[in-house]
Design a protein around this ligand. Structure first.
Ligand code: NDP
Length: 237
């Protein structure tokens, strides 16, 4: 990257988000992370409490980040949750909570981030979807819907904001060794891993590398793309 940028990674207190935040910090960027529980101890990272299901909380968090680090130039909309359940047992709350966090939450932060990006005529919006957004996944009707929604949303932003030099792209990871994956049973993890052509799950930094690339000048002509980082699990979709 040509200069130090202000980067916000949502859901950055652990997992893929924290790995990405550390990678940006290693490269000398100004990095903020949000999460409901802001417990990051890395003193290079500005950690802010923000529940992204609340638009007012998003506004407050952005104001704090702008005061500390300047306007957000790179947004990594990474925060997400699962509430897995078979369709007939899924409650309205299970569905709504996942979509409100993963899709509506990403919309809230992207809308807030876009305003100063438009003024600056430069920005990078990077959304963390999932291989299951395209493949579907039994027991994840809510989660897959939210992750598929991110793709249509990002591509609409790519069309709307492209003339101002703002790109909007999606990273679609396969299984990654984080707390989210740890919440599955051993049997579920073994089944998923057996379907991955590379025969293993990813480490968080392997997703972070793709995110960092999309934020870089090398990716200046990439917008509306869905970049799979999935060991081949989703290929062909
Ligand atoms: P983790 O569960 O380790 O981290 C999720 C992050 O999201 C945490 O920082 C959490 O912080 C934050 N978060 C959750 N709800 C909210 C909220 N309402 N407001 C703000 N922050 C919130 O997950 P991963 O690192 O594994 O996942 C990161 C992203 O990658 C997610 O979007 C996930 O769907 C996606 N992904 C993960 C895969 C995997 O196998 N791990 C595969 C494909 C995609 P806190 O709880 O403190 O709020």
């Amino acid at each position: 990257m040509k200069e130090a940028l202000t980067v916000l990674v949502t859901g950055g207190n652990r997992g893929i988000g924290l790995a990405s935040a550390k990678l940006f910090a290693d490269a000398g960027h100004r990095v903020a992370v949000t999460s409901r529980d802001p417990d990051v101890t890395d003193d290079r990272i500005f950690s802010v409490a923000c529940d992204q299901t609340d638009s007012d909380a998003v506004d407050v968090a952005f104001a704090a980040i702008e005061a500390e680090l300047g306007a957000v130039q790179v947004l990594v909309a990474n925060a997400g949750i699962t509430r897995d359940q078979l369709l007939l047992r899924m409650s309205d709350d299970d569905f709504t909570e996942v979509v409100d966090t993963n899709l509506n939450g990403a919309y809230r932060v992207a809308r807030r981030a876009a305003r100063p990006m438009l003024r600056a005529r430069w920005g990078r919006l990077i959304f963390i979807s999932s291989v299951v957004g395209l493949l579907g996944s039994a027991g994840q009707v809510n989660y897959a819907a939210s992750k598929a929604g991110l793709i249509g949303m990002a591509r609409s932003m790519a069309r709307e904001l492209g003339s101002r030099n703002i790109t909007a792209n999606v990273v679609a990871p396969g299984p990654v060794a984080t707390e989210m994956l740890a919440s599955l049973t051993e049997e579920q993890r073994t089944t998923i891993t057996s379907q991955v052509p590379l025969g293993r799950v990813a480490q968080p930094h392997e997703i972070a590398e793709a995110i960092k690339f999309l934020a870089s000048e090398s990716a200046a002509y990439i917008t509306g793309a869905v970049i799979p980082v999935d060991g081949g699990l989703g290929m062909g979709h």
